[in-house]
Design a protein. Structure first.
Length: 124
């Protein structure tokens, strides 16, 4: 299993945990342009692993366009490579931003039942 945590100035973190059957990304705090290098490393790890991806965003307190682009790129990789990507228990901040910019259907947030269950499938 590979596990890497990135935290820069402790304003936000992106952790990736990869094993043979799943990659788990854990995002916390502020996910913005300051996390660009860490997000790129995580994207490379996800692409190399080519296993289902679970993204945990329950502790995200802020996400800007760079953070949304990161989620969209993971979605695109999953779609292109044929492995599922799930957004698990997204924070209200993440849900609000995705809805505000019209990406709720792309990220499966249009179904309140799935949101209430705490799991949103990005690519299935």
């Amino acid at each position: 299993m590979t596990s890497t945590a990135f935290d820069g100035e402790h304003h936000g973190t992106i952790e990736i945990h990869v094993d043979d059957d799943q990659a788990r990304l854990v995002l916390r705090g502020e996910i913005d342009g300051a996390r660009r290098a860490e997000a790129s490393a995580a994207l490379a790890a996800v692409l190399a692993a080519a296993v289902p991806v679970v993204i945990e965003t329950a502790d995200v307190t802020f996400i800007d366009s760079a953070g949304v682009a990161f989620l969209a790129q993971i979605h695109a990789i999953g779609a292109d490579e044929g492995f599922p990507v799930r957004l698990v228990a997204p924070s209200a901040v993440v849900v609000d931003v995705l809805r505000m910019i019209g990406l709720e259907d792309r990220f499966g947030l249009e179904d309140p039942g799935r949101e209430a269950a705490g799991v949103t499938t990005l690519v299935g």
